[in-house]
Design a protein around this ligand. Structure first.
Ligand SMILES: Nc1ncnc2c1ncn2[C@@H]1O[C@H](COP(=O)(O)OP(=O)(O)O)[C@@H](O)[C@H]1O
Ligand SMILES: [Mg+2]
Length: 376
């Protein structure tokens, strides 16, 4: 082989190697181009998917926000309705308060001499000062252990005259009237006067009734022996709240009622549209001062009778372990609330009844009871 042909061979080999190399190089380039394209496509696809999901998420958020907005508007509407309703009720109760003040001023202002201290004198009302009411009304309002209560007119106003039989002493009647006289509360009866000079003795209070001259007790409402229906837990809660309010008022004056039961609570309507009821706690026949409370010592037979017939009396009094107290009065309210709960099932009523009916040491006070019944 000549050097020239050797040279040609080498050149040829070089060209072939270079060709293969170039071919391979082109192939890889082509390869990486399509890979990049694929990568780009999948990246775009992923991005499109992300955008779609974001859009979908945004739509859901917008829908949720719209729902929230509707809920809030609805809430605002309800709240403004409630605000209006309760504002009207408040206005009405303010008017009633004013009316009560005026009627006390007209009926007693000029007749009662105040001795200057906390024991004002009570007007003596002669039987001739009482007039019969029209016969179309049932004038017998109630019959109790000590006599009868009837509807009469006194200075053109309807009054309840509680007539005592001869077994009642003047002292007893004067005490009952004295407690009423010391109180001035929307949910306690307004005392007009009494008669302890000629038999039959009596106490005259303002008459509390609904529309016609009909007296309705809470017992009548619960037992449905009247056409008046108190519907809706908020109305019952209002009744209980007012009852608690007057109980705390009495306790702050160191007075114990000692006979709180649905028979001793009359109901009045306090708004013109007839949906709002207020309780009036009557019958101060068993009332005394907190300091006068004494433990009782009942026989087993009397205890059994109390548990059966006087369920509103707290067990610690029946057992003789405690004297009548603020808490024993709260227990009696608890019995009333429990009866209301049986009539109008509501969790909040049940809770209140439970707290009032607990054992003496765990039972709530009248102040706590008032708190419980607030804004329910
Ligand atoms: N001021 C009043 N307004 C309307 N009704 C009354 C009033 N006072 C008493 N009554 C009616 O008379 C009933 C007996 O009165 P109450 O004072 O409880 O007497 P008692 O000591 O005999 O239980 C009550 O249940 C109620 O129906
Ligand atoms: Mg009574």
């Amino acid at each position: 082989m000549t050097p020239f042909s050797k040279y040609l061979n080498i050149l040829f080999l070089y060209i072939s190697v270079k060709k293969v190399y170039c071919f391979r190089k082109g192939d890889t380039a082509k390869h990486s181009l399509s890979a990049k394209r694929r990568q780009r496509l999948s990246r775009n696809k992923r991005k499109r998917e992300e955008r779609r999901q974001l859009k979908r998420g945004l739509y859901t958020t917008i829908a949720e926000l719209k729902e929230d907005k509707e809920c809030l508007t609805q809430n605002i509407k309800f709240q403004s309705q409630y605000k209006e309703k309760y504002f009207k009720m408040w206005q009405q109760s303010e008017k009633e308060k004013e009316k009560l003040k005026n009627s006390r001023a007209t009926l007693q202002g000029h007749s009662i001499k105040h001795s200057g201290d906390s024991s004002p004198e009570i007007l003596q009302i002669q039987p001739t000062m009482l007039e019969d009411v029209s016969v179309k009304y049932n004038t017998l309002l109630g019959k109790g252990r000590f006599g009868t209560v009837s509807l009469k007119n006194f200075r053109k106003s309807p009054v309840a005259v509680k007539c005592f039989d001869s077994s009642s002493s003047v002292k007893m009647i004067e005490r009952e009237a004295m407690y009423l006289r010391q109180c001035c509360h929307l949910n306690l009866p307004l005392l007009y006067g009494m008669n302890t000079s000629v038999q039959p003795y009596f106490i005259v209070t303002q008459f509390y009734g609904i529309s016609s001259l009909e007296a309705i007790t809470l017992n009548n409402v619960i037992k449905e022996t009247t056409s008046i229906r108190i519907k809706g837990v908020e109305h019952w809660m209002h009744v209980i709240h007012q009852l608690s309010d007057c109980l705390l008022y009495l306790h702050n004056k160191s007075i114990l009622h000692n006979d709180i039961k649905s028979d001793n609570i009359v109901v009045v309507q306090t708004t013109s549209n007839g949906i709002f009821f207020s309780p009036i706690l009557i019958d101060f026949g068993k009332a005394h001062l907190i300091s006068e409370g004494r433990k009782r010592n009942f026989s087993e037979a009397t205890k059994a009778q109390y548990y059966k017939e006087h369920v509103h009396i707290a067990p610690e009094i029946v057992e003789g372990t405690q004297p009548p107290s603020v808490k024993s009065n709260v227990y009696s309210v608890g019995v009333v609330v429990a009866r209301i709960y049986n009539y109008c099932k509501s969790k909040s009523l049940k809770e209140i009844a439970k707290k009032c009916l607990r054992a003496f040491s765990d039972r709530c006070t009248s102040a706590q009871l008032l708190e419980l019944t607030k804004c329910q």
